[in-house]
Design a protein. Structure first.
Length: 161
């Protein structure tokens, strides 16, 4: 049987690394990739962003589900340990905040990926580049919102977790 502490440490590592991929990727795209693409003409820029976001969003699907799964397991493990000692589990406020904001981030990401990105993909494939640029700006806005929420989670956990 796998040592429970080793399993907990492995899942906590997966949880943290999932957010490194997700939030770090948003920072990279927003502050480094996007400004660097200004040297390309709009059609090439939009095609490159489409290809990049396709790969990034596929990774975020995996990372976000890994974060949710590992988070649920860690909360459940802690609740079980407390109940085995006869106590009542009360989730720390930082965990509650992280959970609520994590779910909000997931909902926003699914909106970005399965609504906005699908629209962006369609207009890029039909070479409607002015509309693709406008659609990419909508994606950027919601990615920025998620980046801010993710940063709040990290700061909260760093200071109070």
């Amino acid at each position: 049987m796998l040592d429970q502490n080793l399993l907990y440490d492995a899942l906590r590592t997966i949880h943290v690394l999932s957010f490194v991929v997700w939030i770090g990727g948003m920072y990279f795209a927003h502050f480094f990739l996007r400004p660097s693409l200004s040297c390309l003409e709009p059609p090439e820029r939009l095609k490159l962003m489409h290809a990049t976001l396709s790969r990034f969003f596929a990774a975020v699907i995996i990372a976000s589900l890994a974060a949710v799964g590992s988070g649920i397991w860690m909360i459940g493990r802690m609740a079980r340990m407390v109940s085995l000692t006869g106590g009542n589990f009360v989730m720390p406020w930082t965990w509650s905040l992280m959970s609520a904001l994590g779910i909000l981030m997931l909902v926003i990401f699914f909106y970005i990926r399965f609504v906005l990105f699908k629209q962006f993909e369609h207009v890029v494939q039909s070479s409607a580049f002015p509309e693709a640029g406008a659609q990419l700006n909508r994606i950027r806005l919601w990615v920025t919102v998620n980046m801010v929420i993710g940063t709040v989670v990290i700061i909260t956990q760093s200071l109070f977790g």
